[in-house]
Design a protein around this ligand. Sequence first.
Ligand code: GDP
Ligand code: MG
Length: 169
Amino acid sequence: MIYNILLIGYRESGKTTYINRLSTGEFNPHYTPTTSNIYNVLDFNTKNGIIKFNVIETHDYDNNITNIDGVILMYDCNFKVNNTYINYYLNKYKNLPVIVCGNKIDLGGEKYYYEERLYNNYNVIISSKSNYHFEKPFLYLARHLTKDLNLEFIAMEAIEPPVVEYVEE
Ligand SMILES: Nc1nc2c(ncn2[C@@H]2O[C@H](COP(=O)(O)OP(=O)(O)O)[C@@H](O)[C@H]2O)c(=O)[nH]1
Ligand SMILES: [Mg+2]
């Protein structure tokens, strides 16, 4: 099963970094503005098999991207969020699972951390730098899209190194 996920939110909130971290493990400390939509496929393993997400990152506030199954709405939790901005997307995608995701908690974020409560159970605080709760947005979407609220991700099985036999000569 493959689900189309829209990744949208504030500029520099860390959307590109987040997806790169999940797909390659890399953390890039430099900011490169994203100008066009970016597509990435991410796989998550569950006991029921692999779930694939086709993630579309966009900066286009009024985008008309269709066939979306779920939304990650990202902000930097070290800055106050603009509720009009958040509510615009919550309303636009009200028929879909939307996870509001405050990134960069490793920088402190104490001041605006309370925003977590504003959006109840569909807000999560993460850090792409420290990996804090960084699988949670996709877990939330996976649970709602498969309608299995107890779903858990399991680690991908590492490929075993080949067994080498040493023969004494
Ligand atoms: N400290 C910290 N910096 C981050 C984190 N995630 C992203 N960044 C930085 O934030 C900047 C903007 O990230 P980017 O992914 O390009 O933002 P985008 O515009 O939303 O795609 C970059 O300099 C990243 O290194 C994080 O969790 N913690
Ligand atoms: Mg970007």
